[in-house]
Design a protein around this ligand. Sequence first.
Ligand SMILES: [Fe+2]
Ligand SMILES: [Fe+2]
Length: 199
Amino acid sequence: MKKISQDWREQVLSWLKENVSAHRIEHILGVESTCIQLAKLHGISLEKAAQAGLLHDLAKFFPPQKLLKMANKANLKVDPICQNHPHLIHADVSAVVAKKEFGIKSKGVLEAISNHTLGNPQMSDLSCLVYIADSIEPNRGDSPELAKIRQLATQNLYQATWATSDYTLNYLISDRKVIHPRTVLTRNWALSKSLSSND
Ligand SMILES: [Fe+2]
Ligand SMILES: [Fe+2]
C-alpha cells in the first residue's frame, strides 16, 4: 500500500492553518486518526481513509456566499434547504477543494468528503467511516451516547451509521436546527442495512 507522502500532508496542514481555526485543526486530526483506526478494523484502504479524514472540513470556514459561488461554479445541485443554510454544503465544497488544491482523484475519497455531514443512502463503507468518525473523534467529548457509537463503530459500520444519524437528529431537534431530509434517508438506509447484516 502506498503511504501518504509526508510532504503532501504538510502541505494540507499548512493550508488548513491559513483557512480554519486551531480548534478545528484538532478536530480534523482527530477525524484523521479515527478514520485510520476504523479502516484497520474494517479492511478499508488506510490511505483513502486518512486522506478523506484530513480533507473533510477544508471549506468549514468559507463564508456562505463563497460556498454558494463555488458550488455553483462546480455545477453542484444546491437544494432549497442548502440554499438557505449554505453551511451544509461545506462538505461538497471541501471535496471540490480536495480535488483542485490537493490533487485527489479517487471518486471514493471525494464522495466520502461530500457525504460527511448529511450522509447518503447507499453510501460506501469509506463514506460511512468518515461520517461516523466526524461525530466520534476524541475531541467530541465523552457521553454515554458517544461511548455507544464508538463501540458500535468497532463492530458494524451500518449500525454505527444508524446510531450516528440518530445522534445527529437528536442534537438538531434539541438545538432547534433545521433537519435536512438526507440525514433521515441515511438513517433509514443504515437501519435497514443493520437489520440485514450481522458482521
Ligand atoms: Fe464538516
Ligand atoms: Fe468535521
